[in-house]
Write a protein that binds this ligand. Sequence first.
Ligand SMILES: [Zn+2]
Length: 341
Amino acid sequence: MALERWFRRKRPTRGDDEVSPAGLWLKCAGCMAQIYRKDLIANLYVCPECAHHERMPVDARVAMLADEGTFELWSGRVTPTDALEFVDTEPYVERLVAVQQKTERPDAIITGAAELDGVPVALAVMDFSFLGGSMGSVVGEEIARAAERAAAESRSLISIAASGGARMQEGALSLMQMAKTTVALEALSERRLPFISVLTDPTTGGVTASFATLGDLVVAEPGALICFAGPRVIQQTIKQDLPEGFQRSEFLLGKGMLDDVIPRGVLKARLAVLVRLLRAGLDGTADDGAAAPLRLTTESITTIADELDESAATSAADDADEAAAAEDREREEAPNRATPV
Ligand SMILES: [Zn+2]
């Protein structure tokens, strides 16, 4: 009897409640170190040992980016349907109901208005825990609506991608979202409003091939897998060994596919600077308020790069000044102290 009970006992999993001993500690996928769950959360889901960026839950992502109390939810009124009556190992409708109950949202995205260091923006954040963040009709529609509403309210759009690609259970309907999201972004372009796309681990398939790589700036978190077809598929096709770091953020930055790789700890601050600079540059050139297409020229990119360098140099100089001042203060406060050698 006791043995039977032991077999029936539910195995603890990674997602179990925090009070269970198994949920208290996590193993870092980067360095295999045991990390206290609360430490990982406090460090924005970045390993304190090796800086490996774990996947971040959507709510935590919104809390990290939006100024406190400024987030206003836009999404959630469109719900997915099973137009193809699709069944694989289980019916699509059943999969949907289960994951909707687990995540408490209708589909794999949330969008809304927020302020980012005081700058009005629209956020579109994908949820990888919802059927692999796959883009079906609802995700496409929410992105399109967010882009159009952002344009109407003069907000810059920031999207955070985390997706396995198109949702296969919706067949061709999911592929149509690639065209829909692409067209919707034109509304921002016409109003000369910046769209910054942030790619996180993983960003693949139809999401990479549509809105996620169409940002005026496309940036990524460190170590993120970003691709159309994954490395295993490519390796099996070309039957060759792939270079180290293939399809990861840093590799793609070197190849010119990304504009920057930004660690999560400074993501909010950097996004705020980039949005401000883009808006300042673009507002300055708009003379009659007419809808001219947004064009980033080499000149404007150079100006932005110079301003970023300048701000980095200023903060470095400030740090140096502060260090010198602190040293002076220390010397004044302890004039009789022996000089260290
Ligand atoms: Zn680690």
